[in-house]
Design a binder for this molecule. Structure first.
Ligand SMILES: Nc1ncnc2c1ncn2[C@@H]1O[C@H](COP(=O)(O)OP(=O)(O)OP(=O)(O)O)[C@@H](O)[C@H]1O
Ligand SMILES: [Mg+2]
Length: 396
């Protein structure tokens, strides 16, 4: 059928034709925003889930809700090798400029910029081409100790006081939070602790891989009292059916029930895969209704596409020993698997696998759902690994 009319949208962060099965989170978001605005305590929301479940899409939607609720917002994505201070500074500067345009008297915005300037001075952030552009003196003694755990709470406080003065709450949204170092995460948690104690109108919403709650708890034991970690999972059978059927019905096309059941079986309800199968099946089908046979034929195209895009980009960032570890895991099935079982497959002592396992966790390829267990962060990655490397390499 006409590819131009194809309603599906496979791709990182591409908004789906319909955001199915997330009403609960969106409702929690509205409550959080409403309570922070009313100076009532509420836990921040940090979404956790595997690759491709729809965290980024959801975070974008949460930002839209915040904005339509009168919040000023920034949305940033953490990277493996970018320090938190360098990442946030230019955005916080924009947020303060935004606030300076909101009507209202007072000098808290100016103070916020002065504190930001002293913060930037200590971490020596170069904001790329952007000059801070301020004929403002840094405020000595605020946010300039060089210790992020002390400085970030100071900076957030100055920003949030400016926000309170302009009666405009602010929202900070951070994607891929698991990439922050433990000390950065700890600083962020302490900053949010301060916001809650002082009832300041600054809200944090974030998303990350399932290692996030563990990391947060490790850096500050009281993290669980400050954050909710809703688990963003695959869609249920009925929700998957809706994610496929509703968008095509909009253009007077129909999936047969058997076709939908087959897509659900193949995708296990993972949103990225639902979009990809929906997309290819639509292009393959000649006319409505879309049949089981259409799905089967399209699958031959979907698998190589997923291998070449979704899986391959992650695979290519791995060293040979990392690949080998993942291949051994994949040989055991979808998982999670005991670390000791993986060692048995590789014919080595489990203790010798510590370093490679740590690197894979840092790269966001695997995580430990429970002590001693390892699981893939990318759904269906085991099947991909078995296609990519047919034989496990074991130590003789
Ligand atoms: N609720 C949903 N219903 C249907 N499709 C969805 C839903 N949420 C996300 N998708 C689709 O899933 C795909 C992946 O979404 P997204 O990039 O937000 O995932 P992610 O969890 O951020 O992945 P990653 O961990 O790789 O960054 C997109 O193509 C998107 O359109
Ligand atoms: Mg994402």
């Amino acid at each position: 059928m006409d590819p131009i009319k194809n309603p599906f949208s496979p791709g990182a962060g591409s908004p789906p034709p319909e955001l199915v099965g997330r009403d609960n989170i969106l409702e929690q978001t509205r409550i959080l925003l409403g309570r922070v605005r009313a100076k009532r305590p509420e836990k921040s929301l940090l979404l956790t889930g595997l690759r491709g479940v729809g965290k980024t899409v959801l975070l974008n939607e949460m930002e839209r809700i915040a904005q339509s609720d009168g919040y000023r917002s920034i949305l940033v994505e953490a990277h493996e090798d970018k320090p938190l201070a360098a990442l946030l500074a230019p955005h916080l500067r924009r947020l303060l400029f935004d606030l300076s345009r909101v009507a209202g008297a007072g000098d808290k915005v100016r103070r916020g910029l002065a504190v930001l300037k002293s913060f930037i001075g200590t971490v020596r952030v170069t904001i790329g081409e952007v000059e801070l552009g301020l004929d403002i003196e840094p405020e000595r003694g605020s946010a300039d100790s060089g210790d992020l755990e002390a400085d970030l709470p100071d900076l957030f406080t100055a920003l949030a006081e400016a926000a309170a003065e302009r009666r405009t709450p602010v929202a900070i949204l951070i994607d891929e939070i698991q990439y922050f170092s433990l000390s950065e995460l700890s600083a962020l948690i302490m900053a949010m602790h301060r916001m809650q104690q002082r009832q300041l109108p600054l809200v944090l919403m974030g998303a990350g891989l399932p290692i996030l709650p563990g990391l947060a708890g490790e850096s500050k034991s009281y993290a669980e009292r400050l954050f909710n970690f809703p688990d963003i999972g695959p869609l249920s059978g009925p929700d998957s059916a809706k994610a496929l059927q509703d968008p095509v019905r909009e253009v007077a096309v129909e999936f047969q029930t058997a076709a939908i059941q087959e897509i659900f079986r193949l995708t296990q309800g993972y949103p990225y895969f639902l979009q990809e199968w929906g997309y290819q099946t639509w292009n393959h089908a000649d006319h409505s209704p879309i049949t089981l046979q259409d799905v089967r034929d399209a699958t031959e195209k979907v698998i190589p596409r997923l291998d070449a895009n979704f899986f391959r980009v992650r695979f290519d960032r791995l060293t040979p020993s990392e690949k080998n570890y993942l291949r051994a895991m994949a040989g055991l099935g979808g998982g999670p698997h005991r670390s000791s079982d993986i060692a048995v497959v590789l014919g080595v002592k489990v203790s010798s696998l510590g370093p490679v396992r740590a690197k894979l966790i840092k790269k966001g390829m695997i995580y430990s759902p429970t002590y001693g267990d390892m699981a893939f962060t990318v759904p269906l990655f085991d099947e991909f690994m078995r296609r990519a490397i047919p034989e496990v390499q074991t130590r003789e």
